[in-house]
Design a protein around this ligand. Structure first.
Ligand code: AMP
Ligand code: MG
Length: 434
């Protein structure tokens, strides 16, 4: 049953601005429950389920940052060089040979714990050895070439916060803290469908003959590749026909046992578009019409325990909607902050006019000239033109209120190859970066 209060088009019927749709997504979607203990080697790209606190400081003790001679700064002459007695040797991970004593120096190697009252290290290339003495030149600072205990992190420090999508360096930090595994949110179980009687599986011998209107299914391959990652367990459920009953049955069956049902096509307002009606019948709709181009028909809903996202059928629109909505949705379901695709400011190398009141994205190509990054839209912007995606570096974003773009204007750009886990703040990269 449609829950009218949760259907934002129940009143007014206006097209929802993209920002509101993203806010609604954040509100209505909750992370999956269930965690698992995952060894570090399998943790990249997974989302941490609980804060990671350090059990000990790193480094555990003051140690040498270079190969050289450890000494007590207090032993150095106020001016001129100082002669110290060589009285021991310490290497990383090994016990001190000999013992430090006042006016003594210890031969040390990078990572060796500083013995006795040693608080400073002279670099080996700066000293002179004379028999059992070390001559330390003037000018050494107190604490030079010393790594302090706990300078990386203290015992009890929060190393990583719950909700963090783990990057290689996060895994290094966990390993450095002595953790062998991490508590991670479980993988998302995602069911993927295409819809449309015209769709054919690539290379099955049922080639579209050019007159029947058949087309090869591109979206399931596009979306399958976009979804492919460590936190996802993908279930490809094939092509649904344009028949209401078949769509309803398939969605109802898939809703049990999946966290997300992702479809493309069949969500416009036409008679052959059965997907939205099926979701409304089986569960409820959060939104289904957005003020955006490409991709106006975009459905967010819920069927039982499963979130439903219905992307438009046109492949370009499907990809744009994936980057803008499905990525944040996946992050939200995984228990990470939903965030938004990262935008980078670039210089428009084109003229363009558009209607106010909706957001638009153009596929564009970057070019660096005179130290600045310029962007030019691909000449054919039809939302069925997959080659426009291939020939472009990413999306030029034109805000709701923009009606014209002139050459030289600064426009936000969303690169296709970005990890997509930014905070949506377009200011991270200086103009001309990348
Ligand atoms: P629809 O949203 O179902 O009306 O589809 C809009 C357009 O996208 C139609 O031209 C469809 O043939 C096309 N389309 C839908 N699904 C796919 C798909 N999986 N692969 C390629 N084109 C598709
Ligand atoms: Mg269709």
């Amino acid at each position: 049953m449609t829950n009218r209060r949760e259907d934002c088009f129940a009143v007014g019927g206006a097209m929802l601005p993209v920002a509101q749709a993203l806010a609604l997504l954040d509100q209505r979607v909750t992370p999956v429950e269930g965690v698992e203990l995952v060894p570090l080697r399998l943790a990249r790209g997974r989302v941490l389920a609980a804060d990671l606190l350090s059990r000990q400081a790193r480094p555990g003790a003051d140690n040498a940052a270079v190969d050289g001679y450890a000494l007590a700064f207090a032993d150095l002459a106020p001016s001129g060089p100082t002669r110290l007695d060589l009285c021991g040797r310490a290497a990383a991970g090994r016990a001190l040979e000999g013992a430090w004593r006042p006016r003594g120096a210890i031969r040390v190697f990078t990572g060796a714990t500083l013995p006795g009252a040693c608080d400073t290290v002279a670099m080996q290339e700066d000293v002179t050895i004379e028999g059992e003495s070390v001559i330390i030149p003037a000018g050494l600072r107190r604490g030079a070439n010393r790594r302090r205990a706990g300078e990386d992190f203290a015992a009890g420090a929060r190393l990583l916060s719950a909700g963090r999508c783990l990057q290689p360096q996060d895994i290094a930090l966990a390993a450095a803290a002595g953790e062998a595994s991490l508590t991670i949110r479980r993988k998302l179980r995602i069911a993927l469908f295409s819809t449309g009687d015209e769709l054919r599986e690539p290379n099955t011998g049922r080639e579209p003959d050019g007159t029947s209107g058949g087309v090869f299914d591109a979206n399931r391959y596009l979306l399958g590749a976009l979804l492919d990652g460590p936190g996802v367990s993908l279930h490809d459920l094939g092509i649904l026909p344009d028949r209401a009953e078949a769509v309803r049955q398939a969605l109802a069956a898939a809703a049990a046992g999946h966290d997300l049902l992702l479809t493309s096509g069949g969500v416009s307002a036409g008679e052959e578009d059965h997907v939205r009606a099926a979701v409304a019948e089986l569960g409820h709709l959060h939104f289904w019409r957005l003020a955006m181009k490409p991709g106006r028909p975009l459905v967010l809903g819920q069927i039982g325990e499963a979130v439903f996202l219905g992307l438009p059928g046109n492949p370009v629109a499907a990809m744009v909607c994936f980057l803008l909505f499905c990525r944040p949705l996946l992050r939200r379901l995984m228990g990470a902050p939903a965030g938004a695709a990262r935008r980078y400011p670039v210089v428009a190398d084109f003229t363009f006019t558009k209607k106010a009141g909706r957001q638009e994205w153009l596929r564009g190509r970057l070019e660096r000239r005179d130290g600045r990054l310029y962007v030019t839209p691909f000449p054919r912007q039809g939302s069925g033109i997959i080659s426009s995606l291939v020939e472009s570096d990413g999306l030029i974003e034109l805000a709701d209120e923009v009606t014209a773009v002139a050459p030289g204007a600064i426009v936000p750009f969303l690169p296709f190859d970005d990890a997509g886990d930014g905070d949506g703040d377009g200011a991270q990269a200086a103009e001309g970066d990348r």
